[in-house]
Design a protein around this ligand. Structure first.
Ligand code: MEV
Length: 454
């Protein structure tokens, strides 16, 4: 398979799809029909979706689920969740219900700073740069005022600019590090526009300022871009209750449950292998709501993982304590989100997700999403230290198998009942269904025979 094409992006959507199916599929007509069946029936909506990306040939559909009963800061929410993994929404809902009866979740935004950087090289003296920095700072702000005016009216803008000397790590390497407040928008476009203008402005400053004389051409802008690492755009979510209120879980009493739970969290702080899976569970909840609300899950993930490794070792994002008869479980999460701009109002489901959440501000959404992560983590660790996760997973797996095998409602009930205490596998379920279906055919033919002979 070595097929290439030039001018692909210029083809119409139908022609792109036609070229793909004819060159890469054995059954082009069927595949063409199948992929077209996922096109949105409303042409306008389809145009909106196509506008989010390039070379689109169809839509990739994921389930849109909801997890009710989330009490967050004394308000009850239904969380929208887009996720393809079974058990995630069920675990979130179950954790929500559990904590609803124990005071609910609490969350608090600690800071909302976003970060951008202009990386540049200059072979001149750092002291010279420092000596004009105040002047440069003022000039940079003036030069971007046409971009920042609107954001400033909304209460945001540039917070501070600092000059970092990085020459001990890389020859001639300096950086302008800029902190921003972007209010309810994630702010990527705003920040990047400001930074690129800073780059141009810095070049002009160098070309016209005395201290750069003779070396002005040596000042090179390497790149200007936001940083997705925003440790000061931070939210904390937590739950707490008297240990005795945790109740009994299998053969663990409340106090043994609390101790075992905390030990599991400590292990995720000590061991990077466990920490990675532990945090993956946290992001099961976070990403599902991030996606549902039209936010950038790659940015959220990369930020969270960098933060998890901030002391040099990758560790759990969540913490647990058992002190003075109180169980406390919390999560610190750096997360940059928007509730205006980007996809948030354009994507039809993202818009409805935000409406379902009561059209939160970006800070409120930070709190809600941190809670989704904490709830998911609670659900996963609770299962892991009691029943194991396979019990819940296999139940969903069984339903997927039955769906695949076209089971009727009655067959689903019978099969779920039969497999309650048995090991679930695709072949075991298929055999059980076939046996039952065969028996029923036999019963029916017996009935027909009896009718015929009577
Ligand atoms: C599976 O998607 C997530 C878990 O592995 C998380 C964890 O182990 O904590 C269950």
């Amino acid at each position: 398979m070595n097929k290439s094409i030039s001018g692909f992006s210029k083809l119409s959507k139908r022609k792109k799809l036609r070229w793909i199916v004819e060159n890469f599929f054995k059954d082009p007509e069927n595949v063409m029909r199948e992929l077209m069946s996922h096109w949105h029936q409303n042409e306008e909506q389809q145009r909106v979706l196509d506008g989010f990306s390039e070379n689109t040939i169809s839509n990739y559909v994921l389930p849109f689920g909801v997890a009710p009963n989330f009490v967050i800061n004394d308000k009850t929410y239904v969380l929208p969740m887009v996720i393809e993994e079974s058990s995630v929404v069920a675990a979130a809902s179950s954790a929500a219900k559990f904590w609803m009866d124990r005071g609910g979740f609490k969350a608090k935004v600690i800071a909302t700073k976003k970060v951008g950087q202009v990386h540049f090289s200059w072979s001149g003296n750092v002291d010279k740069l420092n000596s004009v920095f105040e002047e440069l700072d003022a000039q940079l702000r003036i030069d971007v005022s046409h971009i920042t005016a609107n954001m400033e009216n909304r209460g945001g803008g540039i917070l501070d600019i600092s000059l970092l000397d990085m020459t001990h790590l890389e020859d001639d390497y300096f950086q302008l590090k800029v902190n921003f407040e972007t209010c309810d928008s994630m702010g990527a476009n705003f920040i990047n526009s400001v930074l690129e203008e800073f780059g141009r402005s810095l070049k002009t400053f160098a070309a016209t300022h005395e201290i750069f004389k003779g070396k002005e051409k040596e000042l090179t802008i390497i790149m200007a871009i936001l940083s997705n690492y925003t440790p000061e755009c931070l939210v904390r979510a937590w739950v707490e209750c008297p240990i005795k209120d945790l109740g009994k879980h299998g053969d663990l009493n409340a106090s043994s449950f609390a101790e075992k739970f905390c030990k599991a969290i400590r292990i995720a702080h000590i061991d990077p292998h466990r920490a990675t899976t532990h945090n993956k569970g946290i992001f099961n909840g976070i990403d599902a709501v991030v996606l549902a609300t039209g936010n950038d899950f790659r940015a959220v993930e990369s930020c969270g993982h960098t933060y998890a490794a901030r002391d040099g070792q990758y560790r759990s994002l969540s913490y647990c304590s058992v002190e003075n008869g109180v169980f406390k479980f919390w999560l610190d999460l750096p997360i940059a989100l928007g509730t205006v701009g980007g996809l948030t109002k354009l994507h039809p489901i993202a818009r409805r997700s935000l409406e379902l959440l009561g059209n939160p501000s970006a800070s409120q959404l930070m709190e809600i999403i941190a809670v989704a992560g904490l709830a998911q983590n609670f659900g996963a660790v609770k299962s892991l230290i009691t029943t194991g996760i396979q019990k819940g997973h296999m139940k969903m797996h069984l339903l997927n198998i039955l769906n695949h095998l076209g089971a009727t409602e009655k067959e689903v009930t019978e099969t779920v009942n039969y497999f309650k205490d048995k090991v679930i596998s695709f072949s075991a379920v298929r055999d059980f269904l076939n046996l039952n279906r065969g028996d029923k055919k036999k019963d029916n033919s017996l009935l027909t025979d009896q009718k015929a002979s009577s």
